[in-house]
Ligand binder design. Structure first.
Ligand SMILES: NC(=O)c1ccc[n+]([C@@H]2O[C@H](COP(=O)([O-])OP(=O)(O)OC[C@H]3O[C@@H](n4cnc5c(N)ncnc54)[C@H](OP(=O)(O)O)[C@@H]3O)[C@@H](O)[C@H]2O)c1
Length: 298
């Protein structure tokens, strides 16, 4: 891979101000990509942009302020991105949270369900036509291997009822996996691909907490891989020429990996799709399933 090889391509990276997201932005920018670094916090976002420019002065990195906490805020972010970027090649839904307690947003939705699932659903569908216009767009959803522990209860999961630190995070990532595979079915034949990736076990601020548990976690994290390591698989999915036709797959790091029966259940995915559209306030199906072409009898 050469510097400048991604020249002319526009990438959107959510949660780009820190952790895996910041490393993704840096790796794409160093290879010539034009990257929109989405951050909810201006100071953190500017610091990240400065650090990337210090490492690679020619980088084309824009700071886009965008909160992902509510449906209205995500709609505002999508409008900003559509106004600013006449071309979008790749959307990397990286922002994520691992909450230590049940937190509801202004829409009444639990924060992990919101940020880890409903935000990718809504932001992707709002940007999809622009991504389609390029003819070969890609969507990369940063998931987590823990999705296998998720269970989906349509009446309880969106509201974080029965909150548990591990289960709630896993549930949200299961929803993101179901969304990834359902979107791939709906995008079949459009030239746009969507895949999910587990980035590794990475030393970031994710799931940070105080007290004795926080202290223990900080010691354990010292042995984990770096954000630069965590960026490698998402960047590969976003750019590798050999993956141009690959869609609806889950990669555990770089390994194409079968999903669980629950994550691969198309009926569950369709029901979650409809629920997500309703929770996001969409009045019509944002990406209808393509109808099967039936050859009339002679
Ligand atoms: N670290 C791991 O071992 C690991 C393993 C598997 C999967 N993942 C996934 O990797 C992705 C990146 O995580 P990370 O480890 O890099 O975590 P991180 O360092 O905590 O970064 C998370 C990013 O998401 C942003 N974010 C969270 N809530 C937001 C909101 N409401 N509005 C706007 N931005 C928001 C954060 O912004 P602020 O800085 O403003 O909070 C931050 O930029 C996540 O999807 C995570 O689930 C991580």
């Amino acid at each position: 891979m050469q510097p400048g090889e991604l020249s002319g391509k526009v990438f959107i990276v959510t949660g780009g101000n820190t952790g895996i997201g910041a490393a993704i932005v840096q790796q794409l920018a160093q290879r010539g990509g034009h990257v929109a670094l989405v951050s909810r916090n201006r100071d953190k976002g500017e610091a990240a942009v400065q650090a990337i420019r210090a490492a690679a002065p020619e980088s084309a990195v824009d700071l886009v302020i965008g909160d992902l906490s509510t449906v209205a805020a995500v709609s505002d972010l999508a409008a900003t991105l559509l106004e600013r970027y006449p071309r979008i090649d790749v959307l990397i839904n990286n922002a994520g949270v691992w909450p230590m307690r049940r937190v509801l947003n202004a829409d009444g939705l639990e924060s992990a369900f919101m940020v880890n699932h409903l935000v990718p659903f809504l932001l992707t569908t709002l940007l999809l036509q622009r991504i389609k216009d390029g003819g070969s767009g890609r969507i990369v959803n940063v998931n987590a291997g823990l999705y296998v522990n998720g269970k989906l209860d349509m009446a309880r999961t969106p509201y974080g009822l029965d909150f548990s630190r591990i289960r709630t995070y896993a549930d949200s990532k299961l929803c993101n996996m179901l969304f990834t595979l359902e979107l791939a079915r709906r995008l079949a034949g459009t030239g746009v691909t969507v895949n999910a990736v587990h980035p590794g076990v990475i030393r970031t601020a994710l799931g940070t907490t105080g007290g004795p548990l926080g202290w223990i976690l900080r010691q354990v994290k010292r042995t984990w891989d770096t954000p630069e390591d965590g960026a490698k698989a998402p960047v590969w999915l976003a750019t590798a020429p050999e993956l141009a036709q690959t869609s609806g797959h889950y990669f555990n790091l770089l390994a194409d990996t079968a999903v669980t029966a629950t994550a691969g259940d198309p009926e569950l995915a369709r029901r979650l799709w409809d629920l997500s559209a309703a929770l996001a306030g969409l009045s019509s199906d944002p990406v209808p399933m393509p109808s099967l072409s039936v050859t009339p009898p002679a």
